[in-house]
Design a binder for this molecule. Structure first.
Ligand code: SF4
Ligand code: ZN
Length: 420
């Protein structure tokens, strides 16, 4: 028997009007910031007999046991089961947590996967909002929006830092990696259609992601397979099919149908978007990009910085400074938000020469993607150990030191055509 949920049992209001609400530092009771401490949100499919419907479990201290303004770890796990459920839907449901939680009065949610940030306001806390209410909202929204596939749902909210750390490293990240690997060797050429994603229009009204097998959404949480699953679940939802019958320019990735789609779904704000260029009509960025890529004029290359990196980049701007000029759904040639997995894609700014232009990455990110970029660089340019030619913050934090390092390494970007 399916029960249609109509009311959500929380002590504050719930409406889409609260979606864009900003909670300032001074007004927050607690904050969970995944770029600084362990945090995640996660959906896992289970067998029907493994899930106790509507059970909400809080593991760790509740919000009233933390100091005012304390930065806490938070992990949210939803177990879902149903006869029509498929594991492909897990990531689709997970990506919806963002809008589900943002509709809570006095709660701000940004990001996705293990890069979420959640703030709960003092007012909302004072009205009695506690950790279990996060579970109530996830439960109610998943059950009501996806009642055709979810028969049972159980939610766990972890605030215990050790457990969040353990789950993040032993369950969540390995699952994310396995999901990302599913797309494997699929290429843009091997499919007949791309997909739109307009989930982020609540915050960036004109933003449209075009998701292809070799270019995942800039949040890093929506692959082509996810967009396809989203379309199957909700044929009139945020992911619509974009045929690719009429290619205008293969190098920059310009298609008639892509232009039509961005025009339609940006309500006319955008006319042209290319898939593979950072200079010519680049794809727009909302606010949840995992990384930002920006042009570095001295070396003729680009730097990439991820959200977790707080330090300076050789272009004289930090991640947050770059984010403020890149986001908001406008086109900013020379700067682009993107997912981590796009870095090693053969389509990564292919129009400007591709991965070969990459001159700087934060060390941690470089270590994370080294194998993948070495593989791509070998296949595309026959370069061995390309990651070793790329600088990081331990090598250079300014343009001149960077240039000297690249010269010493004989980095290919130095001899490429100017980007501007
Ligand atoms: Fe969708 Fe793009 Fe937003 Fe990710 S960043 S949820 S792909 S619109
Ligand atoms: Zn976004």
């Amino acid at each position: 028997i399916k029960i249609k949920i109509t009311k959500i049992d929380i002590p504050v209001s719930y409406a889409s009007a609260f979606e864009g609400e900003i909670i300032r530092k001074a007004d927050m009771q607690i904050e969970a910031d995944g770029s600084r401490v362990d945090c995640f949100e996660f959906v896992q499919m289970k067998d029907l007999n493994e899930v106790e419907d509507h059970k909400i479990t809080v593991v760790g201290k509740d919000f009233d046991e933390f100091e005012v303004g304390e930065k806490i770890s938070m992990g949210i796990i939803a177990h879902v089961a149903g006869k029509a459920m498929q594991s492909d839907f897990e990531s689709v449901f997970e990506r919806k947590f963002h809008s589900f939680l943002n509709c809570i009065e006095g709660l701000m949610h940004t990001g996705q996967r293990d890069l979420i940030r959640v703030r709960v306001s003092k007012d909302t806390f004072n009205q009695g909002f506690r950790a279990k209410h996060i579970g109530e909202v996830i439960y109610a929204k998943l059950k009501s929006e996806y009642d055709t596939v979810i028969d049972k749902c159980e939610v766990f909210v972890y605030t215990d830092a050790d457990q969040v750390n353990d789950l993040r490293h032993n369950l969540v990240i390995p699952t994310f990696n396995a999901r990302d690997a599913r797309i494997g060797n699929m290429t843009d050429e091997s499919v007949d259609e791309f997909y739109t994603c307009i989930l982020c229009q609540a915050f960036s009204p004109s933003h449209v992601c075009i998701v292809t097998p070799e270019r995942l959404g800039l949040c890093g949480a929506v692959s082509w397979l996810d967009a396809k699953a989203t379309h199957e679940l909700q044929p009139n939802g945020p992911s619509q099919i974009v045929r690719k019958d009429h290619c205008i320019d293969e190098v920059v990735g310009r298609y008639e149908e892509v232009d039509e789609a961005v025009k339609k779904y940006s309500q006319g704000a955008l006319e042209h978007v290319t898939l593979y260029s950072i200079m010519e009509d680049p794809m727009t960025s909302c606010g949840c990009f995992e990384c930002i890529c920006g042009i570095e004029p001295m070396s003729n290359g680009v730097v990439i910085v991820n959200r977790e990196h707080v330090g300076m980049t050789p272009i004289g701007m930090t991640f947050s400074e770059l984010a403020s000029m890149t986001g908001g759904g406008v086109q900013t040639p020379g700067f682009m938000g993107h997912g981590k997995h796009f870095i090693a894609s053969k389509k990564f700014m292919k129009a400007e020469g591709g991965l070969e232009r990459l001159v700087w990455l934060p060390k941690k990110l470089k270590d994370e993607v080294a194998d993948a970029i070495n593989k791509t660089a070998k296949e595309l340019y026959n370069i061995d150990n390309f990651a070793d030619m790329i600088a990081d913050e331990t090598i250079a934090e300014d343009g001149e030191t960077l240039f000297n390092f690249l010269t010493e390494k004989g980095h290919p970007a130095l001899n490429m055509e100017p980007m501007m």
